[in-house]
Design a protein around this ligand. Sequence first.
Ligand SMILES: [Zn+2]
Ligand SMILES: [Zn+2]
Ligand SMILES: [Zn+2]
Length: 148
Amino acid sequence: MKKRLREIKEQLARREYRLTPQREAIVRLFLDWPGEHLSADDVFTRMRDRHPDIGLATVYRTLELLAELGILQKLDFGSVRSQYELSPPGDGHFHHHLICLRCGKIQEFEPDGLEELEEEARETGFKVIDHSLRFYGYCLECRRADQE
Ligand SMILES: [Zn+2]
Ligand SMILES: [Zn+2]
Ligand SMILES: [Zn+2]
């Protein structure tokens, strides 16, 4: 985890940004909750106890900056509020996402299955560096709530 934080610090420095205490606190939150997809409100709520000095506006600005620099991935799904997650280190491949249109929950979906398709894309002469896949629908909890 220390190593990842150092990498992020270097990533910021390359674009002439400093890892300020506020930025570090936000990055650490994502490192502490691996695999979570957090909205600005989620980040703000989880930080409030330990960092009462960091306001919601700062959270928004910082998340936008970190997303712009590729440190975070911004997940924007129309009506569902934006959520952020830590980018995989290096040029690692992202997992895929299951997006609930009712409650906005985003689940990760590990099985890939796109290798063959990617191979076909390559055969056109296109250099593929990544792909992403999103499934839209209703999560188990929302479906259960519907049946009650
Ligand atoms: Zn749901
Ligand atoms: Zn994700
Ligand atoms: Zn994939």
